[in-house]
Ligand binder design. Structure first.
Ligand code: COA
Length: 183
């Protein structure tokens, strides 16, 4: 469990299946995602099983994000593809529309990055954002990520080909920004 001023980031439970399906079946939320919106509620169960597997294997964390005040489900953020040899991982996040524009993604991902650099001892975190998704790029820039390039024709979703920006954040940059992870 990670806490911020306004949020709790906690492991998913089976009770999250409904809100999770509502989130991932919303075409506006999934507009720039690398796979189409879910159509079958069973997809939520698959997602939850993968979350458990990631936790058991120690290959990262995908955490539900909820409002600290009323406990309302806001979405999730995750550090996945943890590579202990290279001490790297990938960051991702999805929030429901009602939660957009309040700084929640930046706040939640910031807590996850602090855990990643501090506890997992990461050296590098990578993130990709669809080049049509400036809000996601802005979240990464606010967190201190550096734009490293463009992955051309990175995704094909329902026949639509899109490019992705690739961003990276290094441990020394996180430290230099005053987040104090130095061992
Ligand atoms: C991308 C997403 C996570 C952002 O969440 P959020 O909680 O609204 O993000 P924040 O409030 O922390 O920051 C958003 C920033 O983007 C800016 N922004 C929003 N829409 C924008 C747009 N169309 N153009 C430029 N900037 C935009 C906001 O102004 C804000 O920047 P600011 O603080 O400098 O004003 C959210 O929109 C989302 O879940 N989208 C659907 C899923 C998704 O695309 N995930 C990312 C996949 S890589």
């Amino acid at each position: 469990m990670l806490r911020t001023a306004r949020l709790r980031l906690r492991p998913f439970t089976d009770a999250d299946a409904g809100p999770l399906f509502a989130l991932h079946s919303n075409a506006r939320v999934l507009r720039y995602w690398d796979s189409p919106p879910w159509q079958e509620p069973a997809r939520a169960q698959q997602f939850l099983a993968t979350c458990r597997q990631i936790a058991e294997e120690g290959t990262g964390a995908r955490l539900a994000m909820e409002h600290a005040g009323d406990g309302g489900f806001l979405g999730w953020c995750g550090l996945t593809r943890f590579d202990p040899t290279h001490r790297s991982a990938s960051l991702g996040y999805v929030l429901g529309e009602a939660a957009w524009g309040r700084g929640y993604a930046t706040e939640g991902a910031g807590a996850l990055l602090q855990w990643g650099f501090g506890t997992l001892d990461l050296n590098r975190v990578q993130a990709e954002a669809d080049t049509r998704n400036p809000a996601s790029a802005r979240v990464l820039e606010k967190l201190g990520f550096v734009h490293e390039g463009t992955l051309r024709e990175d995704c094909v979703v329902d026949g639509v080909v899109s490019d992705s920006w690739v961003y990276g954040l290094l441990r020394r940059e996180w430290d230099a920004a005053g987040h104090l992870t130095t061992r």
